[in-house]
Design a protein around this ligand. Structure first.
Ligand code: NAD
Ligand code: MG
Length: 389
C-alpha cells in the first residue's frame, strides 16, 4: 500500500525537495494533498505532475488566478483557505503530513495533524518555537509521531539512543554554518543587503530562513526547537559554528563519546530519512566524497555580532509567551529587512525591544497565543517605523 502524503508548503524550498523524493519513489508515496500560498505556476506544475487529490491555496489572489487557469481535465479538487487545510490534514486516509509552511502560519495545520494523530514530518520550526508545549502535548495525547527534518534536529534524532535524550546523554551540539556574514565586522554588517543575506554559502533555502541564518536567529530558533523536541533545557544545548555544513549536529554522551551525523548539505537527506523511517531510502543527494573534503573546522559563535542567538536563549529561559514575542518580532523585522525598510543589524534591535515588552503570564491556549502574537507584531511595527530607512 502506498503512503498518502500531505505536503504543506509544497511550493517552497522544503516542499520542492520533498516532491523530488516523491518523484523518485512513486511505488512508496502518493501525494494526497498539497498546499501553496502565492506561487501559481508551481502549483499548476505540481498538480499536472503529481495529480494530488486536493490542492489548497491560502492566498486569495492566487486562488482566483488558479480558478481561471484550472485545467478542465484535472482530477484534483481545488480548495481555498486555512480551514480546508485543517480539514484535509485530519482525513483518515492521510498517513504522513510534511509541515513545510514558513513561520507562525504553519502552526494551526501542524496542530491539526497532531490532534489527528498523524505522522508529522516537521520542517516548520516556528510552530515548535511558539507553541512547543501545546504541540508536544497534543502529539503525545494523540500518539502522533513527530519526526524532525530540520537538518540539525534530524541529525540529533539519528545520533540519540532511540531518538530520545536519556541519562546517558550529557548535551546536544547544534552545528551552525555561521551564514554568509560569518567573517563580517560589525561595521560591514550594518551595510549588508537582502540579496547578500539570502545567498547562503552552503544551503539553498527560502528567503526568511536564509535571513535567519545570516543573523543566527535560525540557530536561536533551533535551540528552542531542540528543547521541545528532545525535552531538554537550553543549558543542555551547545552551539558550535562549523562553516562547511558537513556535520549536521552531534550528541555528547557522559562517557566522553560524541556521535555525529554527516552528509552533503541537501535537505533531501533528512526528508528521505523521516519519510522512510525506520527504513532507509535513496534521497538523490550526492554522496560525501571524503577525498574532496579538505577540512572540517569549528569555532564558537560570536555573540556580539550575532546577538539574536543570545535573545533566543533568553526567551527560552523566560518561557511562557517570550518565544512567541521573539518569533513574531523576528518575522516582522525580517520582512521589513527584505522590503528594504530596515537595516540588517536592526533586526536584532527590533527583536530585543519586543522581547523586553513580554508579560509574565504563562502560555495557556492557542487563542491566547494568537492574540499575543498579534500584539507583539504591532509592537514590532512601531519599532520598525521608528528605525525605518
Ligand atoms: P519557503 O519560503 O521556500 O516556502 C514556504 C512555503 O510556505 C511556501 O510553500 C509558501 O507557499 C508557504 N506559505 C508562506 N506563507 C504562507 C501562509 N501565510 N499560509 C500558508 N502557507 C504559506 O520556505 P522554506 O525554506 O521551504 O522553509 C519552510 C519551513 O521549513 C520554515 O519553517 C523553515 O524554517 C523550515 N526549514 C527550511 C529549511 C530549508 O532548507 N529551506 C531547512 C530547515 C528548516
Ligand atoms: Mg536547520
Amino acid at each position: 500500500m502506498k503512503q498518502q502524503i500531505v505536503l504543506l508548503g509544497a511550493t517552497g524550498s522544503v516542499g520542492q525537495s520533498t516532491l523530488s523524493i516523491l518523484r523518485d519513489h512513486p511505488d512508496r508515496y502518493s501525494l494526497f494533498m498539497a498546499s501553496g500560498h502565492k506561487n501559481v505556476e508551481q502549483m499548476l506544475a505540481l498538480v499536472t505532475e503529481f495529480k494530488p487529490q486536493h490542492l489548497v491555496v491560502t492566498e486569495a489572489q492566487a486562488y482566483k488566478s488558479l480558478q481561471q487557469r484550472w485545467p478542465a481535465s484535472s482530477q484534483t479538487q481545488l480548495h481555498f483557505g486555512e480551514q480546508a487545510l485543517l480539514d484535509l490534514v485530519a482525513m483518515a486516509e492521510v498517513d504522513a503530513v510534511v509541515a513545510a509552511i514558513v513561520g507562525a502560519a504553519g502552526l494551526l495545520p501542524t496542530l491539526a495533524a497532531a490532534k489527528a494523530g498523524k505522522k508529522i514530518i516537521l520542517a516548520n520550526k516556528e510552530s515548535l518555537v511558539i507553541a512547543g508545549e501545546l504541540l508536544m502535548a497534543e502529539a503525545r495525547r494523540n500518539h502522533a509521531l513527530l519526526l524532525p527534518i530540520d537538518s540539525e534536529h534530524n541529525a540529533l534524532f539519528q545520533c540519540l539512543p532511540q531518538g530520545k535524550v536519556d541519562l546517558s546523554v550529557s548535551s546536544l551540539l547544534l552545528t551552525a554554518s555561521g551564514g554568509p556574514f560569518r567573517e563580517h565586522s560589525l561595521e560591514q554588517l550594518v551595510q549588508v543587503t537582502p540579496a547578500q543575506a539570502c545567498k547562503h554559502p552552503n544551503w539553498s533555502m527560502g528567503q526568511k530562513i536564509s535571513v535567519d541564518s545570516a543573523t543566527l536567529m535560525n540557530k536561536g530558533l533551533e535551540l528552542i526547537e531542540a528543547c521541545w523536541l528532545f525535552d531538554v533545557n537550553a543549558d543542555q544545548v551547545e552551539v558550535v559554528v562549523h562553516p562547511q555544513s558537513i556535520i549536521h549536529s552531534m550528541v555528547r554522551y557522559v562517557d566522553g563519546s560524541v556521535l555525529a551525523q554527516l552528509g552533503s548539505p541537501d535537505m533531501r537527506i533528512p526528508i528521505a530519512h523521516a519519510l522512510a523511517w525506520p527504513e532507509r531510502i535513496a534521497s538523490g543527494a550526492q554522496p560525501l566524497d571524503f577525498h574532496q573534503l579538505a577540512s572540517l573546522t569549528f569555532e564558537p559563535p560570536d555573540l556580539e555580532r550575532f546577538p539574536c542567538l543570545v535573545l533566543a536563549r533568553e526567551a527560552q529561559h523566560l518561557a511562557g509567551l517570550a518565544p512567541v514575542y521573539l518569533n513574531a518580532a523576528n518575522e516582522e523585522a525580517v520582512a521589513a529587512f527584505l522590503n528594504g525598510q530596515l537595516a540588517f543589524m536592526d533586526i536584532a534591535g527590533v527583536n530585543a525591544k519586543v522581547l523586553a515588552q513580554v508579560g509574565v503570564e504563562p502560555l495557556e491556549s492557542v487563542s491566547q497565543l494568537q492574540h499575543e502574537d498579534q500584539r507583539a507584531r504591532a509592537i514590532a511595527h512601531q519599532h520598525i517605523q521608528r528605525l525605518a530607512l
